[in-house]
Design a protein around this ligand. Structure first.
Ligand SMILES: [Zn+2]
Length: 158
């Protein structure tokens, strides 16, 4: 744990998070409902241990962490049937391994572009920010549908 890392800090405060944000606790990672719910079901999957890169995570742990990412992807896909799942691990802002799981809607006007183009616009444009944060369902309902899919799949827990 690094005291200055916002994701380590978040993992230390799971009990303080609202019920709609903490989606699932896997053995090696924790799934959070992300803010950009225009992409219905968007989750961020954070590794429980602080590693800056996938290639420095011990291989046995990495295999499980990647499996957990795939299980969460399947659950989101099952819950919302997006046109496509976009999986990204960047870490340019917070170098603590995490995956962005973006379900891409069929009616997304920018369906062929990376979501970051829209999210970059949202940094400068409040109306765009609100559009991309708006959810078609209540956040608690989105989190609950993903959890139901994970339960049905008997997804692992710690
Ligand atoms: Zn960290």
């Amino acid at each position: 744990m690094l005291p200055t890392c916002p994701l380590c800090d978040k993992l230390n405060r799971l009990h303080e998070l609202p019920a709609d944000e903490l989606v699932w606790q896997f053995p090696h990672s924790v799934a959070f409902l992300g803010p950009w719910q225009f992409y219905t079901g968007y989750c961020v999957l954070v590794a429980r241990q602080h590693y800056p890169e996938l290639h420095v995570m011990p291989s046995s742990q990495r295999a499980v962490f990647l499996d957990e990412m795939v299980v969460l992807t399947q659950a989101i896909d099952f819950a919302f049937q997006p046109r496509k799942m976009n999986l990204e691990s960047l870490g340019n802002q917070v170098a603590h391994l995490h995956w962005h799981l973006f379900p891409r809607r069929a009616d997304d006007p920018e369906t062929r572009k990376a979501v970051w183009i829209a999210l970059d616009r949202a940094e400068r444009d409040e109306a765009e920010k609100q559009r991309l944060q708006a959810a078609s369902l209540a956040r608690t309902e989105i989190a609950s549908r993903i959890r139901a899919a994970l339960n049905q799949m008997a997804a692992p827990t710690p």
